[in-house]
Ligand binder design. Structure first.
Ligand code: UDP
Length: 491
């Protein structure tokens, strides 16, 4: 296949958030390894996170490069280097970042016109790339960073609006037209589903552009959500290709150790700590790249972990800055209760990572017992691939939808009990106390029938995930048919 594909040139345009850039860079590498020429457009600071892995892929003989563009930080009033949604700490900074991203449209359009690729893989958050692709007579593939299941929920809610005939925020309703019984509450739905604002109108445009695209490119695999792959293709009527789990591409330990950013802990420190621990004995806690908790919530997590007696690795994130009246929260960024870290270190119960963790490296270690996650799609899929059961703690975006795939459809996890959707960096989620957290830890880490059953289901999915990318298996075949579809595309 390789030599015939040399002429196909695919340009990738990821949004400036780790959860979007990381899988798109992996998919770019996957395309390059399949013989295509690949260019990934990134701004300078974001590019630094991926340069070494791109260089390694290039040096192994694949046609892949970064097209680095300048982010107009100064122009929009952001500090130099603030080019990523993770570094926008307030609503005001986030709005400025969005503005900076808008400014880039002209330059990126010029780039596409100049390079004339055979295909654009665009983040869904850039709806205007549909028009550029149309002008150039090439296919646009939409990448929205999530899986089939959540796209199908969004479609069903949009089509049937079940939440509109419910008055209570907490009364569960069934997602209409679904192959499985999936229950949600209004309180779990994103604001854009419930209210019409400038923001929701922007998302209407994004959806419209997705529907006008050549198809969806999705980081998932058939066996994880078969009914929803079929639903998207047959009921929604969209072409869609699944090519994941793409994190599996990071076989090289260097790629794994620094995937997405420079890790705050060395590979050796992680592996040394994990070494010798019993299989399935360690709980891993990480809430992705954006979630922030209050000091009170962090204290409850710390207490539950300590009281559980289980071994753990906790990736401590930034403290939520509330509206400014709580001076305490404005202090240290990566805060922990006084004395906690010292006690944990001394007892050997846990490893604390402040900042960026080598997540895939950790998750795939045989000592991993379960994963407490915010249900960001990448984390969810990486946990599935590792074959570990989950404690689900969704906060924002489509995370409550993803949670239902884990707890109600594939049933390999338990919910910690958060019921209310909030914006990650500025709104405070309801407090989940230590008892609620402890209950969830027991349900997946213990030896009850429930825990054993969940472990079994998770392990089975892990095997299916790892198999999906092998020659002849589901994601491998979809990648092949996608390349064929790009090659034979007629505008
Ligand atoms: N991640 C990581 N180290 C960290 C935090 C996050 O490698 O310390 C990675 C994680 O493996 C995943 C991505 O960042 O691939 C986060 O994406 P996800 O969709 O899970 O959540 P988001 O950050 O978008 O909320």
């Amino acid at each position: 296949m390789a030599s015939e594909d040399k002429q196909i040139h695919v340009m990738f345009l990821p949004y400036m958030a780790p959860g979007h850039m990381m899988p798109m860079v992996d998919i770019g590498r996957l395309f390059a390894m399949s013989g295509l020429k690949v260019t990934i457009i990134l701004t300078a600071t974001n590019a630094r996170r991926f340069q070494s892995t791109i260089d390694r892929t290039f040096n192994s003989g694949h046609q892949i490069s970064l097209e680095i563009i300048h982010f107009p930080s100064a122009e929009v009033g952001l500090p130099e280097g603030c080019e990523n949604i993770t570094s926008a700490e307030t609503q005001e900074m986030t709005m400025k970042l969005f503005h900076g991203v808008d400014i880039l449209q002209a330059e990126i359009t010029r780039l596409f016109r100049e390079r004339r690729p055979s295909c654009i893989v665009s983040d869904s958050l850039f709806p205007w790339t549909t028009d550029v692709a149309k002008e150039l007579g090439i296919p646009r593939l939409a990448f929205n960073g999530s899986g089939f299941f959540s796209v199908c929920i969004a479609d069903s809610l949009n089509r049937y609006e079940p939440h509109k005939s419910i008055t209570s925020e907490t009364e569960p309703f069934v997602v209409p037209g679904f192959p499985d019984q999936v229950m949600l509450t209004r309180s779990q739905l994103p604001d854009i589903v419930k209210t019409t604002t400038g923001f929701s109108e922007m998302f209407d445009k994004i959806r419209e552009a997705e529907m006008k695209s050549f198809g969806f490119l999705i980081n998932s695999f058939y066996e994880l959500e078969p009914a929803y792959v079929d639903y998207l293709r047959n009921v929604v009527g969209m072409q869609a290709w699944h090519v994941g789990p793409v994190s599996l591409l990071n076989g090289d330990t260097d790629d794994k150790a620094d995937r997405g950013d420079k890790a705050s802990v060395s590979r050796h420190a992680c592996l040394n700590w994990l070494g010798g621990k019993d299989p399935s004995s360690v709980l891993y806690i990480c809430f992705g790249s954006l979630v922030r908790f209050t000091k009170t919530q962090i204290t409850e997590i710390a207490s539950a972990l300590e009281e559980s007696g289980h071994l753990f690795i906790w990736v401590v994130g930034k403290v939520l800055k509330t509206d400014g009246n709580d001076q305490e929260d404005q202090g240290e960024e990566l805060w922990l209760p006084v004395g906690f870290e010292e006690r944990i270190k001394e007892s050997g119960q846990g490893l604390i990572i402040r900042g960026w963790a080598p997540q895939v490296l950790i998750l795939e270690h045989p000592a991993m017992g379960s994963f407490m996650t915010h249900c960001g799609w990448n984390s969810l899929l990486e946990g599935v691939t590792a074959g570990v059961p989950m404690i689900t703690w969704p906060i924002f975006a489509e995370q409550f939808y993803n949670e239902k795939l884990v707890t109600q459809v594939q049933k390999f996890g338990v919910s910690v009990g958060n019921e209310v959707w909030k914006i990650w960096a500025t709104q405070e989620s309801p407090l989940i106390n230590r008892d609620g957290i402890s209950r969830a830890i027991k349900a997946v880490m213990g030896n009850s029938d429930e825990a054993v059953e969940k472990r079994k289901r998770a392990r089975r999915l892990g095997e299916l995930a790892k198999n999906a990318i092998h020659e002849g298996a589901s994601s491998y075949n979809d990648l092949k048919s996608l390349i064929e579809a790009i090659r034979s595309y007629k505008s």
